[in-house]
Design a binder for this molecule. Structure first.
Ligand code: SF4
Ligand code: SF4
Length: 335
């Protein structure tokens, strides 16, 4: 396995890490076997989140026996200091750990949210306090809007940045990678297979590892996936011309109906959170997490069926997606 240094954290992490979303759908015993196989094959970076139902619990149960071999990252959507302190405590309890290597601000996506996080009683203050107490070792941020993440990297306390990057979703990535590299931030790449839309994992992961990233974290829920992904990390060779052509062709087959979560379509006058609807629809159709996706969809302020067809979002979408049609299809599945 090849290892790279996670920015100024100094942590040595495997170039292929472990994304903790899909582990929700296997049993605890299967999760234990999968995680142990990953460790055996040299994968040492594990990423989960408070929001991923029992993912923290399953990963923690498997990892605590081999704690020294693993770099464990989790994250919370908490924006206030009180809520973040509670979530850090909960993560430690759920995973059965004394400390967490990296705790991330999860999906900060607006100036308003960032202001709340940075306020004197905000989430960042709680993370800094937890770091002082030794409960966490490092602080990071995750998000989907590259321009916005770029603005947050100036914060000295933020040591890592995690965002989606794949052969389909490239807008803003070169600029963000350049900035992160110049500022010594570790780069964690999520959604390397575009939410399961890209089928050739080997090419998709090697494409990402050609760039100046630290680790890429495909989600894994089988021994076969662990073995295939670890194999890429053992020898992340650049793509040949023929392989690049094959990947480009696969991207073309996705056609126009794939949301990159750039959020340029917002706001919708009907309060529909368009990218979140498409994200949940992706979990439904590609990740086989139907109940989870439906439950989250029902908690949204407005469902996709609230669309009145004004078309304003489509004018703003840089990828020219047929948003109205896609929303209608999502509403039929998730509603
Ligand atoms: S077309 Fe539908 S989703 Fe798009 S802005 Fe109008 S109401 Fe919102
Ligand atoms: S629908 Fe278009 S504008 Fe909206 S998040 Fe997806 S790709 Fe971006």
């Amino acid at each position: 396995m090849e290892y790279r240094t996670l920015g100024k954290t100094g942590l040595k992490v495997s170039v292929v890490g472990f994304g903790g979303i899909p582990i929700q759908r296997v049993s605890a015993a299967e999760a234990n076997a999968i995680v142990n196989r990953a460790l055996d094959l040299g994968i040492n970076f594990f990423d989960t989140a408070r929001a991923y139902t029992d993912s923290e619990e399953k990963l923690g149960a498997a990892l605590k026996a081999r704690r020294k071999e693993a770099v464990i990252a989790t994250k919370s959507m908490a924006r206030t200091g009180e809520a973040m302190a509670a979530d850090i405590k909960k993560s430690l309890e759920t995973m059965g750990l004394d400390y967490i290597d990296l705790y991330q601000l999860h999906n900060v996506k607006s100036k308003r949210e960032l202001d709340r996080v940075l306020s004197p009683d905000g989430a960042l203050a709680a993370l800094k306090e937890a770091k002082k107490e030794g409960l966490i070792r490092h602080i990071g941020i995750t998000g989907h809007i590259k321009d916005f993440l770029s603005q947050t990297l100036v914060l000295g306390e933020i040591e890592t940045v995690q965002f989606p990057f794949n052969a389909v979703e490239t807008v803003g990535v070169p600029e963000l990678l350049k900035q992160a590299g110049a500022m010594g931030k570790g780069v964690i790449v999520m959604k390397p297979l575009a939410g399961g839309a890209l089928r050739n994992g080997n090419l998709a992961l090697r494409y990402i590892l050609e760039h100046d990233v630290t680790t890429v974290i495909p989600g894994m829920d089988s021994l076969q996936q662990v073995e295939e992904n670890a194999g890429v990390g053992n020898a992340p060779l650049p793509l040949t011309a023929a392989e690049r052509y094959a990947l480009d062709e696969e991207v073309k087959t996705l056609g126009g109906a794939f949301c990159r979560r750039c959020e340029y379509c917002k706001p919708c006058g009907q309060n529909i959170d368009i990218p979140t609807v498409f994200l949940l629809d992706g979990y439904y159709t590609r990740y086989n997490l139907q109940d989870w996706a439906r439950e989250r969809y029902r908690a949204l302020k407005a469902g996709a069926d609230a669309c009145i067809g004004c078309g304003e979002c489509e004018e703003r979408c840089p990828y020219n997606l047929p948003i109205r049609q896609m929303l209608a299809e999502a509403a039929a599945r998730l509603g």
